[in-house]
Design a protein around this ligand. Sequence first.
Ligand code: GDP
Ligand code: ZN
Length: 461
Amino acid sequence: MIYDTIAAISTPLGEGGIGIVRVSGNEAINIVEKIFRSQRGVKLHEVGSHTLSLGYIVNPENGEVVDEVLISVMRKPRSYTAEDVVEINCHGGIVPLRRTLELVLRSGARLAEPGEFTKRAFLNGRIDLAQAESVIDIIRAKTDAGLDLALNQLQGKLSEKITNLRSELLEILAFVEASIDFPEEEIEELSEGELVSRCKKVKEEISKLIREADKGKVYREGLSTVIIGRPNVGKSSLLNALLKEKRAIVTDIPGTTRDIIEEIINVGGIPLRIIDTAGIRETEDVVEKMGVERSREFFAKADLVLFVLDAYTGITKEDIEIANMLRDKKAIVLINKIDLDEGRIDPAELRKLVGDKPYLKISATEEIGLEELENKILEMVFEGEVQVGEKTLVTRLRHKEALQKAQAHIMDALKSIEEGMPADLYAIDLKAAWEALGEITGETVEEDILDRIFAEFCIGK
Ligand code: GDP
Ligand code: ZN
């Protein structure tokens, strides 16, 4: 399949050291040739693949020089899109970049849609869909662990597992179908016992992937976390203490608009997304703020609540009011200011207040107990006690749904086999499971799902 030639600015807009206009498609080299004047008289269609040429971008209509540039040519299939790709490295400013892009478009390229370069890589068979999706994760990674996970997926680790499961299913299916087509003949057959055990094994592998998908989601999206407590118990101090060492590498999430700033803290690789109330003045009386729609919403959506008490003042009426709102939330109770007083909150009193919610003694200012807090959070995540809410990217929900679909079909098949149903019946289920798995790698995915996935990218990627 041959697609038209597309172009876009592939680096963030604004001032930078360099900016790149990327062009991909069969006409990429010809198009850029029309507006490029090499310093040493080289012609782009004559240069080797993966070479750089220095020169100028020139408006062919009036000979005006737009920018001094370095041009890299990557010939198909050894390029990001597996098509001919030309990258024009401009000086970083927005004006030369825009003008260069304009000339490229006027010379015959079309402006790329968001994610279209990556979509091309998928359509041209260089990467599968799960790998394409990992590109989004790499761009958005907030912690090293999240990045590693995405890189793993880009290298095809998930795809490999899916492919193996699919070929196992296909093999089982071949036996089943042979027994339907040639019931009388002496063909190699799977005993019912073998059939059941092979199906069960596939089912278990899928269950494992579903669990991993959940874990991966925490690494990618982080836990939305709210620190609550009455004024002066030490919420801001706690946030600052956590931020001091743990601020995550990336804090902006493109494509989402938020009027409340989130801080992202790296806890053992998991991004803890904490709503920043530290900057707000102490009108942030929490009980009062709970009346405000927004904070109520945040609280309701929070995956995890850190409920701070003050060891020095002990439990007050206000603490009881807050504790009452916490009933159905996953929470860790933090008895803060333990450096001042150990004894004023006794365990029995605490149990009455928060039931069996876990608690830890800490000091935000003296940095006591913070490591224990992090360990507790990790423990709760990995034991599945705390889970990330479902407001997630379609891409990942997509994997989990496909896995669950496949799992359900295999369970149906197993049931039919064990009940001695005719083979046609469970052949259909096995086939459906095989197809559901194919959605992850993109073999059986529908066009509108593709569009939704690539719409999550930014332009130029
Ligand atoms: P917030 O209103 O809950 O955000 O509380 P702040 O973080 O502003 O803290 C209120 C006061 O308590 C400040 O003077 C802090 O320095 C103090 N504080 C917070 N945590 C501790 C702690 O662990 N030990 C001691 N001694 N003081 C603390
Ligand atoms: Zn505060």
